[in-house]
Each structure stands twice: as structure tokens, then as C-alpha cells.
Design a protein around this ligand. Structure first.
Ligand code: NZQ
Ligand code: ZN
Length: 404
């Protein structure tokens, strides 16, 4: 059965699809390992006026703040703390004021995805010539040039440290929008796995689930016979599955922390996405759940994924079956049975991290959510998401409803 299926697929592929053309450049320099924070001084231009950005204060408790401050001792530095998880537009606008009045020339993000994303927004907004920086988000204006910035990553999860995307929230309107562009790669990012030590379990689980889903979004589509991309993707998934129990058990396990950290970066630094179709519909629906209910980003993905794969089963079953075989070692059954087993294994993986996978487990207020999200997508003109552009607002409604 397996042989027949593989042969059939290969024959089919030869007739139809091959890897897409691509141009790939990732300019972010990575400084990986213990003690690398001290090297940021040589990465920032000598005469820079630096705005150091951070979150709610975790860096002041785990020694990261001291290390960064020491490394920056020869620079003129202004600090801006208090960027919340799901970086808030109104807070960032305060930082934008400082950048303008103080004539800041370099930004340094010290934090997780939220701080790095907030910094990317500021890098773009500082040079934006339109009416209001909100347009960058609401009209999805690509940033070709931002002011330069670097990052010291404190939470492996999003990959923001080595990509050019960001996601910004506006509490006032309960909206959460993505932005990005080639001008928004960090110039450098420090990845010191020792920072993982102080991360609470909830955020470790989030990081594992977010990175896992990033790979799925770029893999669970249809095959273009991109063997390297598929196997890179599978290797990241296998690594996350392997290190999850170790890092959840002991965040000071440096070996596990190193593999966890580098897996998260590799999951969304553009490499596995080259030449292949990608989906991202799970993220687009997930962002709405964060905007509406404040649910952690990674958890929204765990809520949506299963229903999304079930509703789009026919389009995704070849890759789902390949994933089940190669990642979860499912060897028995038809292609459809393997594909279904792959979906089940995914949900079980999220649950093994302590993540709940139904919306009703997070809020009692879930009724009507599916219709509301579908209506929002309709109003935004998001007629078809996913790798085939087939995930219509109607289908979004069905997926979200199945996730209750
Ligand atoms: O704010 P502080 O006090 O620093 O605490 C943070 C925050 O409460 C804490 N934390 C971070 N590092 C820590 C730590 N606590 C102890 N020790 C440390 N070393 O963790 C909490 C969550 O931090 P946050 O930055 O919000 O988490 P994450 O990295 O998961 O980022 C989530 C945001 O990134 C966006 C999400 O939508 C969400 O807004 N994403 C960004 C992406 C991108 N730019 O490529 C892609 C993703 O799909 C995602 O959408
Ligand atoms: Zn994500």
C-alpha cells in the first residue's frame, strides 16, 4: 500500500508540479550561545543613540537586563519598558514619540516575540510618511526601509528574531494585524539558551506549540516535490517533539534549551518556506481569538488547527499522511487513515504540553465567535485564505465553530 501510494504520488508530481521559483536572502546575523550578550557592543554602530525596549520586567529578574546594560555602557541609551504581551499599539505610540523627540538612531529589543515585534513596528513607523502609522497595519503596507535594530531574544517561540514580520494588537478596536517587509529583519539577534531558565512553563509550552504550528503552516499544504524543504520541516517537528518533555521538566537543561531555541528560530526564518506553498490560515483565525479574548497566541493555534485540517482534509491529506508516516511513525492504514491519525497526533501533542484545544475551555463567551470572525474577514475582503485561496469566510465560520 505504502509503495503504491508513493509511486502514484511521484508519477502525479512529475506530470504536474515542481518547486516554485524563489529568491532568498536573510540578512540577520545570529550570535548563538552562552555569554553572547556582551558581544552586542560590536554589532551596534559606535555613535548610535540607542532606545532599548523591553516588556513587563522579566529581564530585571533574570539577569538579562544587567548583562545588556553592561554591554551598552559606552553608548548613549534611553530605556522604554512595559511593552505588553501582544504588543499594544497605544503603548508603542508612546515609544514612537521618544524616538522622534530624542532622535534615536538604533533600536534594541530585549524580550520575546512581543517586544521584538513592537520594535519592528517602531522601526517602520519612525520612517513612515503616511498619515498615521496605523495604516501600516490596517492597509498592510510593506516596509522596505526601517531604522536599524537588533534583538536579544529571551523567549524561543515566534522566530521574530530572524524574520521580517510582526503582529501588533490594538485593544481599542480588538484588532490584531500582521505587517512586515524586507526592511524589518533584525541586523543581529542574540540567542543565548541560558535565558530559557527563567521562562514559566506556560510560556515554554506556548513556544513549543507556536514553533510547531509555524512548521505546519509551511508544510501542511500540497506537495511540490520539494524534498529538502519537507525534510527540514520534518526535522524541526521531530526535534520539538523530542525536546519538549526535557525542557518542560527542567528549563535549566542547557542542551534541551539550545535545541528548543534553535528549532523555534529555524521554524520561521524563511528557510523552509522557500519554493513551497504555505497556508497561514490557522494563524489568521488564531489572531482573531487573541484579539477578541486575549488568549495566548500559541493556544489559539492549538484551538484552530484540528478543525482547519479536518475541513480542508481533501486538499491536505497527502501531506497529512506523509507527516503521520515520517514524523509520528504511523505505518498502518490507508492514506486517509494515516492523514486522520496525523491530525489526532497533533492535537495530542498540544495536549501533552498542557495546552487545551477547544475554545470553550478558555471562555464561556464563545457563542457567535465563528460568525463574528467570518464577518470580519468578509469586511476586510479576505475572500480566500490558505494555499489554494479556498478558505472562504464561510469556511472560516465552519472551522471556528468546530473549534468550540
Ligand atoms: O514582558 P515580560 O516581563 O518580559 O514577560 C514575558 C511575557 O509575559 C515573558 N518572558 C519572556 N521571556 C522571559 C519571560 N519570562 C521569564 N523569563 C524569560 N526569559 O513571557 C511572556 C510572553 O512574552 P511574549 O513576547 O508575548 O511571547 P512570545 O514570544 O510568544 O510572542 C508572542 C507574540 O508574537 C507574535 C504573537 O502574535 C504575539 O503577539 N508572533 C510573532 C511572529 C513573528 N514576528 O514572526 C510570528 C508568530 O506567529 C506570532 O504571531
Ligand atoms: Zn505563531
Amino acid at each position: 500500500m505504502t509503495t503504491f501510494y508513493q509511486n502514484a504520488q511521484q508519477t502525479d508530481l512529475k506530470k504536474t508540479i515542481s518547486m516554485n521559483n524563489f529568491q532568498y536572502k536573510n540578512p540577520t546575523k545570529i550570535l548563538f550561545g552562552k555569554g553572547q550578550i556582551e558581544n552586542i557592543a560590536t554589532e551596534i554602530p559606535e555613535n548610535a543613540k540607542v532606545l532599548m525596549l523591553f516588556g513587563g520586567g522579566s529581564i530585571k529578574k533574570n539577569g538579562v537586563y544587567e548583562q545588556v546594560s553592561k554591554a551598552l555602557s559606552k553608548f548613549e541609551v534611553i530605556e522604554f519598558g512595559g511593552i505588553p504581551a501582544n504588543p499594544e499599539y497605544a503603548v508603542l505610540m508612546e515609544a514612537l514619540d521618544i524616538i522622534k523627540t530624542e532622535k534615536i538612531t538604533y533600536l534594541l529589543a530585549v524580550g520575546g516575540g512581543s517586544v521584538i515585534d513592537g520594535t519592528k513596528f517602531l522601526a517602520a513607523a519612525a520612517l513612515f510618511e503616511g498619515e498615521t502609522p496605523w495604516d501600516i497595519l490596517s492597509e498592510n503596507i510593506r516596509t522596505l526601509k526601517g531604522i536599524p535594530f537588533g534583538s536579544v531574544l529571551t523567549l524561543p517561540a515566534t522566530g521574530s528574531e530572524m524574520n521580517s514580520g510582526a503582529v501588533i494588537t490594538r485593544a481599542e478596536t480588538k484588532e490584531k494585524f500582521a505587517m512586515g517587509g524586507p526592511g524589518l529583519f533584525p541586523q543581529f539577534s542574540v540567542l543565548d539558551p541560558e535565558v530559557v531558565k527563567s521562562i514559566p512553563q506556560r510560556q515554554i509550552a506556548n513556544g513549543l506549540a507556536d514553533a510547531f504550528t509555524h512548521v505546519l503552516e509551511q508544510y501542511m499544504t500540497y506537495s511540490v516535490d520539494a524534498k529538502i524543504q519537507d525534510r527540514f520541516a520534518e526535522s524541526i517537528l521531530l526535534t520539538l517533539i523530542e525536546v519538549a518533555p526535557a525542557i518542560l521538566k527542567d528549563t535549566s537543561d542547557y542542551k534541551a534549551a539550545s535545541n528548543f531555541m534553535w528549532s523555534c528560530t529555524m521554524a520561521l526564518n524563511g528557510l523552509i518556506q522557500q519554493g513551497v506553498p504555505s497556508d497561514w490560515a490557522v494563524h489568521m483565525m488564531g489572531h482573531e481569538l487573541t484579539a477578541l479574548f486575549g488568549i495566548d497566541h500559541a493556544r489559539t493555534l492549538a484551538i484552530i488547527a484540528e478543525s482547519h485540517y479536518k475541513v480542508n482534509f481533501d486538499d491536505k491529506k497527502d501531506k497529512l499522511a506523509q507527516y503521520a508516516e515520517r514524523v509520528w511513525n504511523v505505518t498502518e492504514g490507508t492514506k486517509e487513515e494515516k492523514a486522520l491519525a496525523g491530525i489526532e497526533k497533533t492535537t495530542e501533542f498540544f495536549q501533552s504540553l498542557g495546552i487545551k484545544t477547544k475554545l470553550s475551555e478558555y471562555t464561556e463567551d464563545y457563542k457567535g465567535t465563528a460568525q463574528l470572525i467570518s464577518k470580519r474577514f468578509e469586511e476586510r475582503g479576505w475572500k480566500g485564505l490558505g494555499e489554494h485561496g479556498k478558505v472562504t469566510p464561510k469556511s472560516v465560520e465552519k472551522i471556528v465553530e468546530m473549534s468550540y
